[in-house]
Design a protein around this ligand. Structure first.
Ligand SMILES: CC(C)(COP(=O)(O)OP(=O)(O)OC[C@H]1O[C@@H](n2cnc3c(N)ncnc32)[C@H](O)[C@@H]1OP(=O)(O)O)[C@@H](O)C(=O)NCCC(=O)NCCS
Length: 132
C-alpha cells in the first residue's frame, strides 16, 4: 500500500523543481534531490545541535518515483538518533504536482551529521533545551 501523507513532522525545506535541475534527458537529476536533502538535514542538525555541522554519511538512499519539472518538493526530517557528536536524520522527500493536486513520496534516506567546533573537529552535542 502506498503512503499518501508524510509521517515525518519537521518540514525543513520546500522548493520547486525547475528546468535547470534536469539531466540531459529532461528528468529531474537525482543529485539535485540529494543536495536538497543534505541542506534539509543540515538545517535540522544545526537547529538541534546549535553548532555547525558536516555530513559524514548518507545511507539507505532510495529513489521511488520521478520528480517532474514544476513539482513542489518538500523535505521532511526526523532525528532518529542523537550520538555523542553525531545526529542520524531520516529524510523523506514528497512531491506535489500543482496541477494534478497529487502528493507522493519520491525519495528517502538516512543522513548522518557531525557537530563541529571552530577548528572543524567533532564536538559533543548539548541536548539541554533552549530557553524560550
Ligand atoms: C566529520 C569529520 C570531522 C568527523 O571526523 P572523524 O575523525 O570521522 O570523527 P569520529 O571518528 O570521532 O566520528 C565522529 C562521529 O561521527 C560518526 N561517524 C563517523 N563516520 C561515520 C559513518 N561513516 N557513518 C556513520 N557515523 C559516522 C562517529 O560514529 C561519531 O559519532 P558519535 O560521536 O555520535 O559517536 C570528518 O570525517 C570530516 O571532516 N569529514 C568530511 C565532512 C565533509 O566534508 N562533508 C561534506 C562532504 S561534501
Amino acid at each position: 500500500m502506498s503512503e499518501s501523507t508524510p509521517k515525518l513532522q519537521d518540514l525543513a525545506i520546500r522548493t520547486i523543481a525547475m528546468p535547470k535541475d534536469t539531466n540531459p534527458f529532461g528528468d529531474i537529476f537525482g543529485g539535485w534531490l540529494v543536495s536538497q536533502m543534505d541542506l534539509a538535514g543540515a538545517l535540522i542538525a544545526q537547529k538541534y545541535s546549535k553548532k555547525r555541522v558536516a555530513t559524514v554519511a548518507i545511507n539507505q538512499m532510495s529513489f521511488k518515483k520521478p520528480v517532474e519539472v514544476g513539482d513542489e518538493v518538500s523535505c521532511y526530517a526526523r532525528i532518529d538518533h542523537f550520538g555523542h557528536t553525531s545526529l542520524t536524520i531520516h529524510i523523506e522527500v514528497w512531491a506535489t504536482s500543482p496541477l494534478l493536486e497529487d502528493t507522493h513520496k519520491v525519495t528517502e534516506g538516512i543522513f548522518v551529521f557531525v557537530a563541529l567546533d571552530d577548528q572543524g573537529h567533532p564536538s559533543p552535542i548539548d541536548r539541554t533545551p533552549t530557553k524560550k
